[in-house]
Design a protein around this ligand. Sequence first.
Ligand SMILES: [Zn+2]
Length: 122
Amino acid sequence: MRCHAKTKTGQPCRAPAGASGYCVSHNPDIAEERAKWRRRGGKASAWARLLRSAEFSDKTARALAAGVARSVHAGTMGVDVANTIVRLLSVDDKLRRTGAMERDIAELKDYVRAARERKGTP
Ligand SMILES: [Zn+2]
């Protein structure tokens, strides 16, 4: 069974309907929950923007992780959103460490090359 509602464009909604005869997006019985999810979604995208825009260090990442933990504890952030942010932090951390290692390796190569040139060995 398809949802009984119409979309913004006036076309019939094609999403599968639940017992209410409406899809999750149109079920009037859960309008309040939907508004809550939207607010949480808004918060999540604000966090995602922050993650993308901020110049990260271990210190800011730790502060952010602590903020996420506090928000979950206070009930203002869902565990799913928190898990996503923590995963993003972990990926960011790996990328930063890999970048630092690549710079160290390049520096060592330069050092070895310079040392060989001084000795006259190839
Ligand atoms: Zn619908």
